[in-house]
Design a protein. Structure first.
Length: 100
């Protein structure tokens, strides 16, 4: 990953409070603000396409705006959690880039 629209940060993995087993990372506010300022093209639900790396796992996904958190939410799929040994409450080192 190498672009002007790239960020590295640490954030905690958490579990959605509903019946579904969705796991997320909330982007730091400063990263979310920079994405808000930089991204013109949005997709459904205001989502933004991204490429993400955690450890040795890299994948394409979307981040979704969260008014409650005043940020974006990054879904972390099960395959990544298993491959990287991640559990709820773990702090993850994330590299995130806007997908072209």
């Amino acid at each position: 990953m190498s672009s002007d629209l790239e960020w590295s940060f640490d954030a905690e993995l958490w579990l959605w409070k509903a019946d579904a087993a969705w796991h997320f990372i909330t982007l730091p506010h400063e990263v979310a603000d920079e994405i808000e300022d930089a991204v013109v093209e949005r997709r459904g639900f205001g989502s933004v396409r991204v490429v993400v790396r955690i450890g040795s796992s890299e994948w394409k996904t979307s981040i979704f705006p969260s008014k409650a958190d005043e940020s974006f939410l990054l879904p972390i799929k099960k395959a990544v959690r298993v491959a990287e040994g991640l559990e709820v409450g773990d702090t993850c080192s994330v590299e995130l880039q806007i997908a072209e």
